[in-house]
Design a protein around this ligand. Structure first.
Ligand code: ADP
Ligand code: MG
Length: 324
């Protein structure tokens, strides 16, 4: 990296809040040196966002920065991890101080909000792409996994599904019925809320968890496969925002929820005996969740629509779209 560029990075990426004591060395040294909390395990995850694939290339740099970190934090949430540090791999088509400044502002706003420190990275020339690796901590043996769902568990999601895919449809030119709702939906796409607090609560409660990034069917499908179980989902229970319902018909909203992605809610399973503790948390307003079905001993994912069973196949959902 050229000297001028390093100074640019140093200037742009200096976090407003002081670095935590756990950072012995951060940006500017050969390696970041980090103190892992005692009796903890590291939770590590990485996501790459490529311009034109994961966000429109002409999107606001601040929003790109926000989204990049938020989707990575969502993986920490799904593991029940407390956010600690992240590194940033930045591929830029050209040196553009204005773009970098705005990008860093959005990114660091989220970093400060969630108490995660930027401790290093790499900067290269090429088509615009952003890679973030997040590090978090879970108590030894206490991390949430996809593989521990058990038959009889109830299945929940932490919030509405379908907003992310609806926003993407709007970005790709779908007509807007309720312009007032457009901003909300785009906000859900660019500024998804990583469910960190829910993840921390669920460490004590859930058998399995995943964040919904690829649509409920795909992501709940991962829990089922990795746990050796099946699931039965009540389509009428799927929570949807009033904004998505104002802009798209019910069938379209279901399709967004089931196969759209980009929602970053947590989908988790809870054994019957832990349901009362979950309900207490919900009543106290410490987290939000909606029950959507149950884990079954029989493998495979079955959706129930009223009293009709529909088994979503590899070809997608057309067959239950036509049922309705
Ligand atoms: P090296 O040649 O040792 O790999 P670099 O010149 O790539 O070092 O980076 C110098 C310092 O700046 C390192 O501490 C690195 O972590 C940091 N850095 C480089 N790019 C970024 C970035 N995009 N975000 C955060 N820190 C970065
Ligand atoms: Mg380097």
């Amino acid at each position: 990296m050229a000297l001028g560029e390093f100074e640019l990075i140093e200037r742009c990426f200096r976090q407003r809040s002081a670095l935590p004591d756990s950072v012995i060395a951060g940006i500017g040294d050969d390696c970041a040196l980090l103190q892992v909390p005692v009796d903890s395990q590291l939770a590590v995850s990485m996501d790459t966002l490529v311009a034109g694939v994961h966000f429109p290339a002409d999107a606001s740099p601040a929003l790109i920065g926000e989204r990049a970190l938020r989707v990575n934090l969502s993986d920490l949430a799904a593991a029940g991890a407390e956010p600690l540090w992240f590194t940033l791999g930045l591929t830029l088509p050209k040196s553009d101080a204005g773009w970098l400044d705005e990008f860093a502002t959005g990114l660091l706003r989220v970093a400060d909000q969630y108490g995660i420190a930027l401790v290093g990275g790499d900067t290269t020339r090429g088509p615009l792409a952003i890679t973030i690796q997040v590090h978090g901590a879970v108590p030894r043996g206490g991390g949430l996994l996809r593989s521990r769902a058990r038959a009889g568990d109830r299945i929940y999601v932490t919030g509405p599904l379908g907003d992310g895919a609806a926003a993407l449809a709007l970005l790709q030119g779908a007509p807007v019925r309720e312009p007032a709702q457009r901003e909300y939906l785009l906000g859900r796409y660019y500024q998804p809320v990583p469910q960190i607090q829910a993840g921390l609560h669920l460490r004590q409660l859930a058998n399995a968890a995943i964040d919904v990034s690829d649509g409920l069917l795909a992501d709940l499908g991962h829990i089922c496969r990795q746990s050796g179980v099946g699931a039965r989902v009540q389509l009428s229970q799927l929570p949807a925002s009033s904004s998505v319902l104002a802009n798209f018909d019910r069938q379209q909203v279901r399709q967004f929820a089931l196969s759209g992605g980009d929602d970053y809610q947590l989908c988790f399973t809870v054994a019957e005996e832990n349901v009362p503790r979950l309900q207490q948390l919900l009543q106290r307003g410490e987290m939000t969740a909606t029950a959507i079905g149950e884990i079954t001993a029989a493998m495979g994912l079955v959706c129930v629509d009223g009293d009709k069973e529909v088994v979503p196949g590899a070809s997608g959902f057309q067959h239950f779209a036509s049922d309705d």
